[in-house]
Design a binder for this molecule. Structure first.
Ligand code: SAM
Ligand code: ASE
Length: 348
């Protein structure tokens, strides 16, 4: 029995215990973000005591001291003890990625993970049992239309758009340069949300015209909250399943296919195939699974997230190739970026 375990694993299941603790580590970071700890530490040019942080952020001293200490334990915050007094300061990583005001901030991603994804994952066992998303059970919102549940309030839509927007701060450039898109002079980003990825396309290919196509209320919100003064992209509203889609040399589908069941994906890809000129195509951007089912763990976890939150899943390159080929695309290629999101190009 258990003869394949090493002595150290028999003595102490280190990795298991660390994994069990994962959700609590997440909540340490999420709670610090929600309370504004990283913003305060960034603003205050000097290290701060727990008393000072708790007063500024209107929290208990005891709670804040424990939270700061846990942040030190996971190496997100630094501490120095002088004359018996602990003074806390942010690390460079926290300043760059966790403070709200940083241009590379993942703050919006964290808020969505904490407020929406975390409660949904509370029903993961039910999601696996039932094979469907847990919106109704978790938030009491029932709807047959996926994005009516995802966007169940204006505040929730804003949070979701914040999550979508923040991803491309770290993966955007790699994803849009995985393939040379310069031959494609008109680009339409279907379900392009806030325009974050479209702006990366426009930056990398300044000669191309780039349009974001999304649902009317999403476009309205994007224009209200995300429009940039010198924006080089434009917006068009519509439904990619049912309304007219503008002509383009290449259609980007970033995190669209993984939201839906296979039939709807092929239906959408067929529509795009019929709109494409020969030489035109689609760029699918997703977190790709390995063919051998051994990872990456991030994509496997994302696939469970799609179960708990959508009608879709994450797929392997061959699964995308099969759908593209069913829709008529002949020439298909994959490029992995080494980050969370990868690219697949299908040409007509
Ligand atoms: N492409 C963006 C990204 O990767 O950051 C957003 C991906 S998000 C998961 C899916 C997007 O598709 C949302 O912006 C949503 O509003 C949009 N969407 C969903 N159903 C749509 C439809 N029927 N027509 C147009 N856009 C749709
Ligand atoms: C979707 C993407 C996401 C729909 C819902 C989603 C993500 C979170 N919720 O198309 C992004 C990646 N996954 C995680 C867990 O962050």
């Amino acid at each position: 029995m258990a003869e394949h375990l090493s002595q150290s694993e028999l003595d102490y299941p280190f990795k298991l215990l660390e994994y069990f603790n994962g959700f609590r580590v997440s909540k340490v970071i999420f709670s610090a973000c929600e309370l504004g700890v990283f913003d305060l530490l960034l603003q205050s040019q000097k290290p701060l005591s727990a008393e000072c942080v708790s007063q500024e952020l209107h929290t208990s001293l005891d709670g804040m001291e424990r939270l700061l200490d846990a942040l030190v334990g996971i190496e997100i915050v630094d501490v120095e003890k002088t004359d018996g007094k602990a003074l806390y300061s942010s690390t460079d990583v926290a300043n760059l990625y966790l403070a709200k005001a940083s241009p590379k901030s993942l703050f919006d991603m964290i808020i969505y993970q904490s407020k929406t994804i975390y409660p949904l994952w509370g029903n993961m066992a039910d999601a696996v049992r039932e094979g469907k998303n847990q919106y109704e059970k978790t938030f009491g919102h029932s709807s047959d239309e996926l994005f009516e549940a995802v966007y169940r309030s204006e505040d929730e839509m804003q949070k979701f758009m914040g999550l979508m927007n923040s991803t491309w701060v770290i993966d955007g450039h790699d994803v849009v340069t995985a393939f040379d898109l310069s031959p494609f002079k008109t680009v339409v980003d279907l379900g392009g949300c806030t325009g974050a990825l479209a702006r990366e396309v426009s930056k990398a290919y300044p000669d191309s015209s780039v349009t974001v196509f999304d649902l009317p209320k999403v476009v309205e919100m994007a224009k209200k909250h995300y429009l940039e003064a010198d924006d080089t992209i434009s917006f068009q509203e519509g439904d990619f399943f049912s309304s007219e889609i503008p002509a383009a040399d290449v259609y980007i589908l970033a995190r669209i296919i993984h939201d839906w069941k296979e039939e709807r994906c092929v239906q959408l890809l067929k529509r795009l195939h019929s709109l494409c000129q020969p030489g035109g195509g689609v760029l699918i951007v997703e977190a790709l699974l390995f063919e051998n089912k051994r990872g990456p763990v991030m994509a496997q976890i994302f696939s469970l997230n799609m179960l708990v939150q959508t009608e879709g899943k994450e797929r392997t390159p061959s699964e995308y190739f099969r759908m593209l080929s069913a829709a008529g695309f002949k020439d298909t290629q994959v490029r992995r970026t080494g980050k969370s999101y990868d690219a697949i190009l299908g040409v007509k």
